[in-house]
Design a protein around this ligand. Structure first.
Ligand code: FES
Length: 123
């Protein structure tokens, strides 16, 4: 289970989005939260969960939930590769790992029992 690790934790509103069994193992699923499409990833072989925007900023495709996830570099940075042109993004901080000046938003995820929650920062 991932815990949010930032000083804004008290400003986070948790939205229950699905149950663990709704997600493919080592894959992602798109959920709609407050008119936002969010890609949530069950990185089962690492025992970790991640959430990002579903929108790939490269060509504005709603696609990241269908991307391949894996590990990048010596630090084993968790990453997702967009299925369209294979731009890759860190699942931890949203940075583009394929050398482009692109960024995606990431969100905290928590699992309680069978329920999966994504955290959104209060406006
Ligand atoms: S639209 Fe995602 S890499 Fe091009």
């Amino acid at each position: 289970m991932n815990k949010p690790m930032n000083e804004f934790e008290h400003n986070i509103v948790w939205a229950q989005v699905a149950t663990v069994s709704d997600f493919p193992e080592d894959g992602g699923m798109c959920v709609q939260v407050e008119n936002q499409q969010i890609a949530i990833f069950n990185f089962a072989r690492r025992g970790e969960w991640y959430a990002t925007d579903n929108l790939c900023p490269h060509k504005q495709q709603m696609a990241l939930s269908r991307g391949m996830i894996g590990s990048h570099g010596a630090d084993c940075e968790p990453k997702v590769a967009c299925p369209f042109h294979k731009k890759t993004f860190s699942l931890k901080n949203g940075q583009c790992l394929s050398g482009d000046d692109l960024q995606i938003q990431t969100y905290p995820v928590k699992v309680e029992g069978a329920s999966v929650f994504v955290g959104l920062v209060k406006p």
